[in-house]
Design a protein around this ligand. Structure first.
Ligand SMILES: C[S@@+](CC[C@H](N)C(=O)[O-])C[C@H]1O[C@@H](n2cnc3c(N)ncnc32)[C@H](O)[C@@H]1O
Length: 273
């Protein structure tokens, strides 16, 4: 999910950002932001809970991954591993993959706190250091995919490590959100930019080097990326903002959540070869 604090302190630009620039900037950003991010959002996420987004959709209720017990599951962009730890507690053989060393050190901290241990590897989602056909399931809750320049590279990598008929479920900001200011109040309900503008959201330093990058894809872009990677889209879940849920997360709020979707959860299955 979105930056924990930096939106307030920098003037972002819209421009293209290469694969290497995006990975480099985001690795540094998440290393620096991890402590603040976990302090701000850790309680909502839960130490061993699988939450799909700020609406609070919980995998314990949604069961988008199906039965996980005994399954080999890869969590991509696992952050502090909250989702993966829930999977382990359900009897899955889960592995977390994450770019940021500091996020992984929080994962280790939560392993010891909960006594539920998630094995994890530090790597870029675009270059998985994992064998072909080695997982039954893969998942990602706002991890990695919003941050990479070429999503087809990551989707193909995930398809490669999944066995045939394996499922990949992932959540990202709902693409429609990119047309609106990232404001939790009424100002965030007035579209002020084109949904079709694919330029990345980039925070940069005085020399113009990116310090944080997020990439936008339209719904059609996501579908084409999924299908092009050899996956089949079987559902698109748009979690509604629940009555009584008052907790904001950056630009996600009850005010906006009641009117426009904030999260898109794509449910994919590896097509038979
Ligand atoms: C918003 S967090 C999501 C993690 C967790 N599900 C949560 O909700 O906190 C995004 C995570 O994706 C990771 N990430 C960003 N780019 C990545 C990449 N190219 N490969 C792997 N992880 C990446 C970040 O380091 C960060 O921990």
């Amino acid at each position: 999910m979105e930056p924990a604090s930096n939106f307030d302190t920098v003037t972002p630009v819209r421009r293209s950002a290469s694969l290497a620039e995006s990975v480099h900037a985001n690795q540094q950003w998440w290393d620096e932001a991890a402590d603040t991010y976990q302090a701000e959002h850790g309680e909502f996420l839960g130490d061993r809970q699988f939450i799909w987004g700020p609406e609070g959709l919980n995998e314990a209720d949604a069961r988008l991954l199906g039965d996980v017990a005994g399954r080999r599951v890869l969590e991509v962009g696992c952050g502090a591993g909250q989702c993966g730890r829930w999977l382990v507690a359900q009897g899955a053989h889960a592995v977390g993959l994450e770019l940021s060393w500091r996020q992984l050190s929080h994962s280790r901290r939560l392993d010891h706190k909960t006594q539920v241990f998630l094995p994890a590897v530090q790597a870029d989602a675009g270059r998985l250091p994992l064998a072909d056909l080695s997982f039954d399931l893969a998942c990602s809750s706002y991890g990695a995919l919003p941050f990479v320049a070429d999503v087809s590279v990551v989707l193909r990598e995930i398809a490669r490590v999944l066995r045939p008929a394996g499922r990949f479920v992932f959540s990202v900001s709902h693409p429609i959100r990119w047309s609106f200011p990232d404001d939790p109040g009424d100002a965030g309900l007035v579209a002020d930019r084109s949904y079709f503008d694919r330029r990345a959201y980039v925070e940069q330093d005085d020399c113009g080097a990116a310090t944080y990058v997020e990439h936008h894809r339209t719904l059609g872009d996501w579908v084409r990326g999924i299908v092009g990677a050899g996956l089949r889209l079987v559902d698109l879940v748009e979690p509604e903002w629940p009555a009584g849920h008052e907790q904001e997360w950056g630009g996600w709020s009850p005010t906006r959540g009641r009117i426009i979707p904030g999260t898109a959860v794509f449910v994919c299955v590896k097509a038979d070869s």
